[in-house]
Write a new protein. Structure first.
Length: 158
């Protein structure tokens, strides 16, 4: 019978395997540079625009956002954001907490915080422990395109 492997050696082996896998995954997940989102039919976003989604409640923006979502995001989050076990989180559940807040000022701050989180998450992606969970899209999607996607998700989650 073989002697049991010391715990320290097992941990080193597991660490090496995880590092190898995470490096492979990190290099494999990239934003698709072929995604094209035409936001020319929407009002341009002013430099001094207030914080948050400038297209909130705009049906045309939501329509453009749906097409953009299905090009860029559906692989991980599901067609039309209907998540049927995809690897990415269900984005239609993203905005469930803010409407429950009674104080309108605090509720608005919650929405602005979620807008900021969404924009930064899409632009910068999500990497944890060297593993890319979501690629950065800032080189592919303009802020206007990202806000159309946010508008689509908001219109779909109601």
């Amino acid at each position: 019978m073989a002697a049991p492997m010391p715990a320290r050696r097992i941990l080193r082996c597991l660490s090496a395997v995880l590092l190898t896998l995470s490096s492979a995954l990190a290099t494999a997940e990239v934003a698709d540079p072929n995604v094209v989102v035409d936001t020319s039919s929407l009002p341009p976003i002013a430099v001094n625009a207030p914080e948050g989604n400038p297209y909130r409640g705009n049906p045309r923006a939501a329509e453009i956002g749906r097409a953009a979502f299905n090009q860029a995001c559906s692989r991980c989050h599901g067609i039309d954001a209907v998540n049927k076990g995809q690897v990415g989180p269900d984005l239609l559940k993203m905005d469930r907490s803010c409407p429950r807040i009674a104080d309108p000022v605090v509720r608005q701050l919650c929405v602005l915080d979620q807008d900021d989180f969404f924009l930064k998450s899409v632009q910068d992606g999500k990497t944890r422990v060297g593993v890319v969970h979501m690629p950065a899209w800032k080189e592919v999607l303009s802020p206007a395109a990202i806000w159309t996607i946010r508008s689509f998700l908001e219109s779909s989650s109601r």
